[in-house]
Design a protein around this ligand. Structure first.
Ligand SMILES: Cc1cc2nc3c(=O)[nH]c(=O)nc-3n(C[C@H](O)[C@H](O)[C@H](O)COP(=O)(O)OP(=O)(O)OC[C@H]3O[C@@H](n4cnc5c(N)ncnc54)[C@H](O)[C@@H]3O)c2cc1C
Length: 396
């Protein structure tokens, strides 16, 4: 049984079904209620943290392996889309990470060197003046460009994965919450929200940023940080390309970073960001994100916002995902806001691991889901303090 029907759960089901397991995916809500249909559709797999930071925590060999695996993960998830002809506005647009400070640009140059030294991924350094071809603002100090990254429509990708999982024989049960899991000899008994229970031989947890208080071991290690998105009204071709002249996905380096792009029909700007560490009403998030947009482009002051939504990212204390098992329960989670490539890829990996198949090997089994004493309660209350701090201190 797989708990959670986002990219991770669906791809875990594709792996287990391929090996011949009878697989049931359950989701607390409709499948796709989580981040997998709510994201910005920026498709790339380079690690969030620097090589040095991974080396300091897990050693040089793990850092090397994680960097080496990034292009393989990108190719793997790209193949899922292309080989199965999933129609999801998949476009090799490339992505630029924009440096918020001079120091960030210096660190980006080091990062780019490590990426080319340690992996086959392509990355180009863009000087400040070169950014003008991609964004009209003086806010950034340079950037790095990942030409191999793609953009997609997240909901269409998720719909495609549902169809694929069903076609491979997986079964799906929506509006079915896993409340508790108990050992039952060599099997598991999963107690459901509807009062029923299911006996299963294997369990995979794929709940990422939506892991609730039912599973405190995971919630203490993978905590939800909301991300908010707004979409502008339709803009004229001339106006939109005066703000974003190219097709690049754009993402900032500042801690409370924004990420933005043109919609697949090139008529609107989709603008996302961490408007708060906690859940706030959409109206408040719209105001905060619009303010940030105006800081970047004062000329957007008068435009309207047509759509807005939010979703949970699942963060870990070392900002790396992990694939593994605890007392025989398999899991892949902790994508820290970068899951369009890694969640499908590591979903497959955990599916293979659950079936004892050697294709499940991944460097992300060499990381861990670290426990931090600040998150010792049954809910991540420390985020309240972090939220206040992040708004008082304008950290970069
Ligand atoms: C606003 C936003 C923008 C983002 N933008 C990007 C981006 O541009 N690029 C990128 O790479 N990544 C992005 N991400 C991150 C990416 O979307 C996620 O990493 C990825 O979708 C995680 O997939 P998942 O399947 O692990 O989790 P989810 O898709 O979140 O699915 C988890 C599922 O578990 C279910 N569940 C939870 N508890 C239970 C239970 N007890 N019983 C049954 N079901 C349960 C939930 O209902 C949910 O459907 C973004 C995320 C957000 C929120």
């Amino acid at each position: 049984m797989i708990i959670g029907g986002g990219y991770t759960g669906l791809c875990a089901a594709l792996a287990t079904s391929e090996i011949g397991a009878h697989t049931l995916i359950i989701d607390k809500y409709n499948l796709g209620n989580g981040a997998s249909t709510r994201n910005g559709g920026m498709f790339g797999a380079h690690p969030r943290v620097s090589w040095d930071k991974i080396r300091d925590t897990f050693g040089e060999s793990v850092a090397d392996k994680i960097f080496e695996e990034a292009p393989a993960a990108l190719t793997f998830s790209k193949d899922i889309i292309q080989k199965n002809q999933i129609k999801c506005d998949f476009n090799n647009s490339g992505r630029i990470q924009l440096a918020w400070t001079k120091n960030h640009f210096r660190l980006q140059q080091k990062m780019a060197k490590n990426i080319t030294r340690k992996s086959d991924a392509r990355v180009d350094i863009l000087e400040k003046k070169e950014l003008a071809a991609h964004i009209s603002t003086e806010k950034y100090f340079g950037g790095i460009h990942f030409p191999e990254h793609y953009s997609l429509n997240p909901k269409k990708f998720h719909d495609g994965l549902i169809n694929l999982a069903l076609s491979k024989g997986a079964r799906i049960s929506a509006n079915t919450e896993a409340k508790r899991i108990d050992r039952n000899n060599k099997k598991w008994i999963v107690f459901l929200g509807n009062g029923r229970s299911v006996i299963t031989s294997k369990i995979i947890m794929a709940t990422n940023g939506y892991t609730g208080t039912n599973f405190p071991w995971f919630l203490r290690r993978v905590f939800p940080i909301p991300s908010y998105m707004i979409v502008t009204e339709k803009l004229s071709e001339h106006f939109i390309s005066s703000l974003i002249p190219s097709d690049k996905m754009l993402v900032e380096t500042r801690s409370k970073h924004s990420y933005f792009r043109k919609s697949p029909d090139n008529k609107r700007i989709i603008f996302g960001g961490r408007a708060s560490m906690l859940n706030i009403p959409n109206e408040k998030a719209i105001c905060r994100l619009k303010r940030t947009m105006i800081e970047i482009w004062p000329e957007v002051r008068e435009i309207n916002i047509d759509y807005s939504w939010s979703g949970n990212t699942g963060f870990t204390f070392n900002q790396l995902p992990h694939v593994g098992q605890i007392n025989g329960i398999y899991y892949a989670m902790g994508f820290c806001g970068s899951g369009t490539v890694l969640a499908p890829y590591l979903g497959y990996k955990i599916g293979y691991q659950a079936m004892d198949n050697k294709r499940g090997a991944t460097a992300y089994s060499l990381t861990n889901l670290k426990f931090n004493p600040v998150n010792f309660l049954n809910k991540p209350y420390f985020l309240n303090i972090l939220d206040i701090w992040s708004r008082l201190k304008f950290w970069e």
